[in-house]
Design a protein around this ligand. Sequence first.
Ligand SMILES: Nc1ncnc2c1ncn2[C@@H]1O[C@H](COP(=O)(O)OP(=O)(O)OP(=O)(O)O)[C@@H](O)[C@H]1O
Ligand SMILES: Cc1ncsc1CCO
Ligand SMILES: [Mg+2]
Length: 267
Amino acid sequence: MTKTETPGTLLTAMRGQSPLVQCITNYVAMNVAANVLLAAGASPAMVHAEEEAGEFAGFAGALTVNIGTLSPAWIAGMKAAVGGATAVHRPWVLDPVAHFATGFRRKATADLLALGPTVIRGNASEIISLAGGTSRARGVDSRDPVERAEEAARSLAATQCCIVAVTGATDFVTDGERAVRIHGGSSLMPQVTALGCSLTCLVGAYAAIRPESPFDATAAALVHFAVAGKRSAERSQGPGSFAMHFIDQLAAVDAATLDEEGKVVWL
Ligand SMILES: Nc1ncnc2c1ncn2[C@@H]1O[C@H](COP(=O)(O)OP(=O)(O)OP(=O)(O)O)[C@@H](O)[C@H]1O
Ligand SMILES: Cc1ncsc1CCO
Ligand SMILES: [Mg+2]
């Protein structure tokens, strides 16, 4: 992030453009993620059929691909969409949900990785095992601390020539050389399903308006979540009311709030 391009500046730019984001996400996340993007200021479209996904990606601002509830038809749609986005040089974000769990997921993830995502966003367990390490997780929830994933994230970013974001109690973003930690959020966030999946879609929204700076775009999306998450926890009684307040706070925060309350530490 430069001094002129703070997360707040990017928030204003993102809301000003309200980018169209093609989200290929899972059945659990579809509704949550669409509401997250609308509240944040972007325009989501959940378009995944092979017959139209590539065509749609040709005019969307960015594409996000999440393997959470995978089937062969969805994989075909994902590949078509990535082809469409790549053809017009639009950024695309990969969320490798529980990619280590089964052979089917491992193969799909390897195929998608080979197509060159602009950004990979996952929890610590997902990033550790994507970089070749052994994670403690079996399913979609992380079982590892983010600190254990930081070196994995750096090496994955360097090998894949992309941005890697690891989320958890403290988030970590790297391009293989530069890295930041982003503090904030709330321990209630992993108790509400699909917030990570929704964050992946929001990374797409920010990447759409700064395709030449995916590191800054990714960090800004994570700061938006971190600040809104912390403010929501202060107003919530538990995961249910947190989910409601979180949508409100994603919409309520402005540029000044992000820049005052965002805690970004360069490493
Ligand atoms: N203990 C925590 N404290 C603060 N923020 C957290 C904590 N755990 C997760 N978060 C935040 O929650 C959001 C989602 O990250 P998380 O790592 O839970 O994603 P995920 O495991 O992929 O989620 P899902 O698969 O359910 O969509 C991020 O903004 C992250 O910073
Ligand atoms: C619970 C769940 N199962 C598959 S995807 C998903 C959403 C959180 O990753
Ligand atoms: Mg996830």
